[in-house]
Design a protein around this ligand. Structure first.
Ligand code: SF4
Length: 272
């Protein structure tokens, strides 16, 4: 790596470590995380060096009534203009007028998602909160500010990633979206992923992780473990981590280190 770039990267890492409360420099390779439960539903992949294929490790699958297997969709390679056109048309003609679930009744705005249609990295959260509902933009409240800081600390800008949620309308009282609401909205997110075709997805929190990975496992047991979204062919690598809103509520050194470790894994994967 060139000295100037190395210096910039090192500076960025130090800033991020400070932001996330990391006060130590790891020595050597981080040991691969191990699933703590025996009934994992997802396949897990080991992080790979950029440019190298990742190695899938199959865990024992479980099923669930919500997760009826659907044939994986091929991931087409579209140019940026086509992606923008596809996403814009979906938002205007389908999502904005959508009444597929009862969440439409309480919304001010739908929150489609935003960012680079060609993004290598896609963040997926659970749903809009009050600020998002009022503005029609994802992650603009306090949790959004923290996510912005994380993105900057990763050496990226918000405009270089894509940010979306599993539901496009605000659940009442900021509750987690219900399984039937997530299912009603899934096709929009699936088509967003298919169109953007990111190299890696970082899921933020339990509801997003459960739907993207089609698992019923809790976020605490699977965060930090590489997995795959098998709705696509080839599957999309997924790094599950805590939601920034949870991190704000439980702003402990341990949690911040965990999230930073997950983000570092995603950065390494995309060669950032
Ligand atoms: S949450 Fe999704 S499925 Fe439900 S009304 Fe909004 S856009 Fe439609």
């Amino acid at each position: 790596m060139e000295p100037l770039r190395a210096k910039r990267v090192l500076k960025q890492h130090v800033k991020t470590d400070a932001l996330l409360g990391v006060d130590a420099v790891p020595m050597g390779e981080r040991p691969a995380a191990q699933p703590s439960d025996s009934d994992a539903a997802e396949s897990v992949v080991k992080p790979a060096e950029p440019g190298h294929a990742h190695v899938p490790v199959q865990l024992t699958p479980v099923g669930g009534p919500l997760f009826a297997a659907a044939p994986p969709k091929p991931r087409p390679s579209l140019d940026r203009e086509t992606k923008l056109r596809v996403l814009g048309a979906m938002n205007e003609s389908e999502v904005k007028p959508c009444k597929k679930c009862t969440l439409c009744a309480g919304r001010i705005n739908t929150v489609f998602g935003e960012g680079d249609a060609d993004a290598k990295l896609m963040f997926i959260g659970e749903g809009p909160g009050q600020n998002e509902d009022e503005t029609g933009r994802p992650f603009v409240g306090r949790a959004g500010e923290l996510l912005d800081k994380m993105i900057v600390a990763m050496g990226l800008t918000r405009e270089q990633v894509y940010i979306a949620n599993v539901v496009k309308c605000r659940p009442p009282n900021n509750r987690a979206p219900l399984p039937d609401e997530v299912e009603a909205c899934w096709d929009y997110l699936r088509r967003q992923i298919e169109t953007i075709n990111p190299r890696v997805i970082v899921t933020l929190g339990g509801p997003a992780t459960k739907r993207v990975l089609q698992t019923d496992k809790g976020i605490t047991s699977i965060r930090g473990i590489w997995a795959e979204c098998k709705a696509f062919n080839p599957p999309v690598p997924v790094m599950p981590t805590f939601h920034p809103a949870y991190l704000l509520r439980a702003y402990t050194m341990e949690n911040r280190k965990k999230v930073w470790s997950d983000l570092q894994a995603a950065m390494k994967f995309i060669g950032s």
